[in-house]
Write a protein that binds this ligand. Structure first.
Ligand code: MLT
Length: 244
C-alpha cells in the first residue's frame, strides 16, 4: 500500500484516480457528514454549487430533505441548516437526505470522486476510516485535505497525519515503504506533535479562529474528539454518500 497526502483539493493530481480516496474537512464538512449518517440520515448528497443543490433537492418531498448550506462559516440564506455537526441530531436528520454545500469540503469531494472507492474522514471517525483501509488493502490511497480556498489548513493535515500514523503503527510497515510523498511524513510529524492537544491545534488554525469568532466553540470541541464515532461515510455514486 502507498499513501499520498494532498493538503488541498488543488494539489490532487488531475486526470488520474487512486484506488481509494479519503476526503477530509475536519472543520467541518466531513465531521458533519459522519455525524448526520451516524444520526440516521438516509444519505448525504454534496454539491459545490448552491443553485444546483436547490434545484436537485426541490425534487424531494419537503419532509424527506434537509438543505445545509455554508459559506464563510455562516449559514446560506434559504437553507434549513448551516454546517454544524451539532445540528445533526437523530430527531432532526433521521430518515432524511441531507443536501449539503460548503466552501471547501464539497469541492474536495468533487475532486476525488472518480477514485474506485471514496470515503470521508474527520478526527471523530479516524479509526473507522483506518479499519476500512486495512480491510480493503488498496494499492494506492490518496488522502485529500480541503484546506481553505486553496490554502493549507492545519486541521485537515493533522487528520491526514492521524490516519497515516495509525496505518503505520497498526501494520508495522516502514515509513519509507508506506509514504508515497513527503507530505505523508510532514502530516505524521504534525499529528505526533499535537496528538495530545488536538483542540489546542484547532484553536490555532485560521479556520478554527474564524469559527470561534462566529461563537462555534462547541463545534471545535466536538470536531477535535479523536475516534468518537464509529461510522464510515462511503460514496455510493458520485456525490452521494451513505453509511457503510
Ligand atoms: C468548508 O467546507 O470549508 C467547511 O466545512 C466550512 C465550515 O466550517 O462550515
Amino acid at each position: 500500500m502507498k499513501l499520498f497526502v494532498f493538503h488541498t483539493p488543488e494539489l490532487v493530481p488531475a486526470n488520474q484516480a487512486s484506488e481509494c480516496a479519503i476526503a477530509i474537512d475536519v472543520l467541518r464538512a466531513t465531521s458533519t457528514i459522519a455525524t448526520a449518517l451516524n444520526a440516521g440520515a438516509e444519505a448525504v448528497q454534496v454539491f459545490s454549487n448552491i443553485d444546483k443543490l436547490m434545484q436537485v433537492s426541490e425534487q424531494w418531498a419537503p419532509d424527506k430533505r434537509l438543505r445545509a448550506g455554508e459559506r464563510g462559516g455562516g449559514t446560506v440564506a434559504g437553507c434549513d441548516l448551516g454546517n454544524s455537526p451539532l445540528d445533526c441530531t437523530p430527531d432532526r436528520v433521521g430518515g432524511k437526505r441531507l443536501f449539503i454545500s460548503t466552501t471547501n469540503g464539497t469541492r474536495c469531494l468533487e475532486r476525488v470522486r472518480d477514485a474506485k472507492t471514496v470515503i470521508t474522514a474527520a478526527l471523530i471517525n479516524r479509526k473507522a476510516a483506518v479499519d476500512f483501509v486495512l480491510e480493503q488493502q488498496p494499492e494506492t490511497v490518496w488522502i485529500a485535505g480541503s484546506g481553505w480556498e486553496g490554502s493549507f489548513s492545519l486541521e485537515d493535515t493533522v487528520c491526514a497525519g492521524a490516519i497515516a500514523h495509525s496505518l503505520l503503527t497498526r501494520t508495522g510497515t516502514p515509513l519509507s515503504e508506506l509514504a508515497g510523498n513527503d507530505e505523508v511524513i510532514a502530516a505524521i510529524a504534525l499529528f505526533a506533535q499535537w496528538q495530545d492537544n488536538l483542540l489546542g491545534l484547532l484553536h490555532h488554525a485560521s479556520h478554527g479562529q474564524r469559527l470561534l469568532r462566529l461563537d462555534c466553540h462547541e463545534d471545535l470541541k466536538y470536531c477535535a474528539e479523536l475516534d468518537s464515532l464509529d461510522v464510515l461515510p462511503i460514496q455510493k455514486e458520485p456525490g452521494l454518500l451513505v453509511k457503510r
